[in-house]
Design a protein around this ligand. Structure first.
Ligand code: BDR
Ligand code: CA
Length: 310
């Protein structure tokens, strides 16, 4: 089997950057484009981070397209401090001098690639789902042309923004509702598993020792995450790389098919992913949901991808 074709839709983001780097050096996939969305930080930063990253890593074959600057259902300012002011913590990548953004925006990019790949395009969605919702709303014919969506978002239980909502879904619940109800085959990798996907200092040392440009960048991002954690922030959780693992190395996860929908309103529940684990609603499952993780397998795989960078 040849390499599988992916677009990564992302709000880069520290852990997004690590997922992108692992994807770029995975033998199993070809990343045709990075499409950016507003999320962890404003779109001006997430898009620039993607452009700077591909130039820095000389990923010349990867197209970079700009996407949505605001959610379909904006509800105020939600930029936090988790990813620093520009999205990459304290890391400053050199400004891209050669690479430029594609003329096509994210929506057009997804439409064109879906057609071009004739049913073989897969999407790794690791930010709010605004671009994907817009693409399938504008061009519903691509619903049958997208092979699978692997997304980081939601949770069976709990949340990291509110008691019931995970960040990516919370930022744009309307977009998530459109995508999750689209009928496209999909896998949800939520906080139930991603909050356990934590790298530690030993892992960071191993990654740094590989000594490549990419591995040193990952190690520097991890350093930022450790210092953030020591100041009371989030640990070095590999939320987005775990969604990549679901696609490329599913052996590290256990998934169960459930019916999932999204709550868009509610004082306490906006952005909640309703996962019908007991089948109370009698509806056909629409999402394969990651419920358990083999952390050692995941870490070996992720570190292996980064160590293999050239
Ligand atoms: C998600 O939100 C972002 O902070 C991360 O990049 C991840 O995609 C986790 O809730
Ligand atoms: Ca993200």
């Amino acid at each position: 089997m040849g390499r599988r074709t992916f677009i990564i839709d992302c709000d880069t983001g520290t852990d997004d950057a690590i997922a992108i780097i692992a994807a770029l050096y995975s033998k199993d996939m070809e990343v045709v484009a990075l499409t950016s969305v507003n999320g962890n930080v404003a779109h001006q930063y997430t898009s620039k981070n993607n452009l700077n990253l591909v130039e820095y890593l000389k990923a010349d074959q990867v197209l970079v397209a700009k996407g949505a600057e605001i959610p379909l259902y904006p509800r105020g300012n939600y930029y936090g401090t988790t990813h620093g002011q520009t999205g990459l913590g304290t890391i400053t990548l050199p400004e891209a001098k050669i690479r430029t953004f594609c003329e096509d925006n994210a929506i057009e990019m997804i439409r064109k690639e879906a057609k071009k790949q004739k049913g073989n395009l897969e999407l790794l969605v690791i930010g709010p789902m605004t671009n994907i919702a817009m693409a399938i709303s504008l061009y519903p014919e691509i619903i049958s042309e997208i092979k699978h969506i692997w997304f980081m978002g939601g949770a069976v239980r709990g949340g990291n923004v509110t008691t019931t909502a995970e960040f990516n879904i919370w930022v744009d619940p309307v977009a998530a509702k459109i995508v999750i109800n689209s009928g496209i085959p999909m896998t949800m990798v939520g906080l139930d598993v991603t909050e356990r996907a934590i790298l530690n200092r030993d892992d960071e040392q191993r990654v740094r020792k590989a000594g490549t440009k990419a591995s040193i960048l990952v190690a520097d991002i991890l350093e930022y995450m450790f210092s953030r954690h020591s100041e009371g922030g989030e640990d070095a959780m590999m939320h987005d790389a775990l969604a990549l693992a679901a696609a490329i190395y599913p052996e590290c996860l256990t998934c169960i098919d459930y019916y999932v929908d999204v709550e868009c309103e509610g004082v306490y529940t906006a952005g909640h992913t309703m996962v019908d684990v007991r089948g109370k609603l009698g509806k056909k499952p629409n999402v394969s949901v990651a419920v358990d993780l083999d952390i050692n397998k995941f870490k070996e795989w992720l570190i292996g991808c980064i160590e293999s960078s050239v």
